[in-house]
Design a protein around this ligand. Structure first.
Ligand SMILES: Nc1ncnc2c1ncn2[C@@H]1O[C@H](COP(=O)(O)OP(=O)(O)OP(=O)(O)O)[C@@H](O)[C@H]1O
Length: 253
């Protein structure tokens, strides 16, 4: 069974359509990168799939009640703001809520999952620090930990590595690879096409109001797509260290 199935899905915001007739399938074990220029509709597609904004067409998450959906998909939004000065541990524990009955106290397993998620994002020692007193990158990692602690079959993350330092960008992508290797699935939007090419099993390119390409990084990051959709010329080469990608220049009109 697919982790996510979207068929003939269209999203409109404001005056007109953002994306039309999107078909998208994510299978267990896949780490899928959602790429496209600013404003292409990556966030809108994920938010619509989660039922946070309206859409027409079919999405496999649509029929789920709130609790079932929270046990099926963990969502890390692009907006990193946290309104209250709750501790890192309390924030990450929110990811365990779908696994408890209302009013039930966290179990030893919940505490173990929270501690493991905090370790995984490199925030051990920060457990009691208020989230509002973290750096932006640390807060991002705390929010990634909340999604990890949710232990769902599907993780959807909107630009999770934006603002992270190089080491944490790599370890975050490796964490997502590990989730996929364990038979779960990850859909992650990102602008770093080099890390997308290195870590994602599949890329989905959105632009021109639709899905332009869906396939391996080599199939999607073609010179034609890079020129037509991103307006760049870039270098993509297979090496002993995996694919290496570098944007070279902006192409004129
Ligand atoms: N609330 C809104 N009302 C009207 N239009 C919106 C709204 N939110 C986003 N849009 C528009 O929808 C389009 C898609 O936006 P979206 O945020 O999905 O793009 P994105 O691919 O995630 O971009 P980015 O890479 O900049 O995060 C853009 O043209 C944007 O201006």
């Amino acid at each position: 069974m697919n982790a996510l199935t979207i068929r003939d899905f269209s999203v409109s915001l404001g005056d007109g359509p953002v994306l039309e007739h999107v078909n998208l399938h994510i299978q267990p074990g896949e780490l899928v990168g959602l790429i496209g220029p600013n404003g292409a509709g990556k966030t809108s597609l994920m938010r619509a799939a989660l039922g946070l904004i309206p859409a027409t067409g079919h999405c496999s998450l649509a029929g789920l009640d709130d609790r079932s959906r929270a046990r099926t998909v963990a969502w890390m939004p692009q907006d990193r703001s946290v309104a209250w000065p709750i501790s890192v541990a309390a924030l990450v524990m929110l990811g365990r809520m779908p696994h408890r009955m209302p009013g039930q106290r966290p179990s030893a397993q919940d505490h173990d999952q929270v501690a493991a998620a905090i370790r995984q994002v490199g925030l051990a020692g920060f457990e009691q620090r208020a989230v509002t007193r973290l750096s932006a990158g640390e807060r991002t990692r705390a929010l990634i930990a909340r999604a990890l602690a949710q232990q769902t079959p599907l993780v959807m993350a909107d630009e999770p590595i934006a603002g992270l330092d190089p080491a944490h960008q790599i370890t975050t992508m490796e964490t997502f690879s590990g989730i996929a290797a364990s038979g779960r699935s990850v859909l992650v939007s990102m602008h770093d096409l080099g890390l997308a090419a290195r870590h994602c099993t599949r890329l989905i390119l959105v632009g021109e109001g639709r899905v332009v390409a869906d396939g391996t990084p080599q199939q999607v990051l073609t010179a034609d797509h890079l020129a037509r959709i991103f307006h760049i010329e870039a270098f993509l080469h297979s090496t002993d260290h995996g694919p290496v990608f570098q944007s070279l220049r902006v192409l004129g009109p």
